[in-house]
Design a protein around this ligand. Structure first.
Ligand code: APR
Length: 264
């Protein structure tokens, strides 16, 4: 695999490894791109099959659910079915190993915008900014709704498309996900802000850096003196990056870990 990578990329990975090995507090923000190599389409990918005429941005909103709850619910049930049998890829695994092996010398806080549970499956402790695909709650009284989807994926479940109603208030049940225009969970956001504001290095992996407030975490880190590393095969609007690793996360992360191990 190394032979296929450009010398420039390898040099950048070495530079990133050197920087990371010398620093203590690391904050990692992941987005849909880290799960792409596990077979989960990103948000900016065109949708397929039955949903090819819809844009994710038009379905993941409170207005869309208010207008047509059946449509939005069945899209999420389809997404659950799509994600249920997916497993972590080498990027999730490398991050989990790094987090687990971090000693007193290093602390790695992992924040994700993803609603899948691939970081957890790989063994990471992770803060979810945008909720959890496997949890439901009432759209009216907000009470958690426990049924088939109880916090972790399960490839044996068939996800029924009919709407469910709340046993307390009869409101429609919705996925416990942060939609466009909604506030982020306060505690998760506090954890993310603290980690970004106090880190030495901030690593952005597989995110388009388009959706705020998560996209502002790199700026917060930079303002507080952190170096910024970005792992993404495509360019992003993030202009404050110190080291760009322009390759897939599943290729870069294991290589980065290898170079860091050689330095320790
Ligand atoms: N490795 C790393 N990055 C990748 C890979 C890969 N293998 N494949 C794709 N990418 C990059 C793309 O180039 C893109 O920049 O991942 C990014 C995915 O961008 P988005 O689909 O916009 O995902 P994300 O940034 O997580 O979206 C943010 O928007 O739709 C909302 O709430 C939703 O959490 C989501 C948020």
């Amino acid at each position: 695999m190394l032979a296929e990578l450009s010398p420039a990329l390898i040099a950048h990975v070495q530079k990133a490894a050197k920087l990371l090995a010398a620093q203590q507090r690391i904050c990692v923000l992941t987005g849909a791109g880290i799960s792409a190599e596990s077979g989960i389409p990103t948000f900016r990918d065109k949708q397929t099959g039955l949903w090819e005429n819809y844009r994710a941005e038009d379905l993941a909103t409170p207005n869309a659910f208010a207008r047509d709850p059946e449509l939005v619910w069945s899209w999420y049930q389809w997404r659950r079915q799509l994600v249920a049998d997916k497993t972590p890829n080498p990027a999730h695994v490398a991050l989990a190993q790094w987090q687990q092996s971090a000693s007193n010398h290093q602390q790695l806080t992992l924040i994700t915008q993803n609603v899948d549970d691939l970081h957890e499956q790989a063994g990471s402790t992770v803060t979810h900014l945008h909720g959890n695909l496997w949890r439901n709650r009432c759209s009216q009284c907000q009470a958690p709704y426990e049924d088939q989807a109880q916090g972790m994926s399960d490839s044996n479940i068939r996800f029924d498309e009919s709407l469910l109603t709340c046993p307390h208030c009869d409101g429609y049940i919705r996925p416990d996900i942060v939609w466009f225009g909604e506030s982020l969970p306060a505690q998760a956001w506090q954890t993310a802000e603290d980690a970004a504001a106090h880190c030495d290095v901030f690593i952005s992996i597989g995110t388009s850096s388009l959706v705020y407030p998560a996209a502002g975490l790199a700026q917060l880190a930079k303002q507080n003196g952190a170096k910024i590393i970005e792992i993404n095969p495509d360019p992003t609007p993030n202009t404050i990056v110190d080291i760009t690793l322009a390759e897939k996360a599943g290729v870069v992360m294991p290589l980065l870990m290898k170079h860091m191990a050689e330095l320790s």
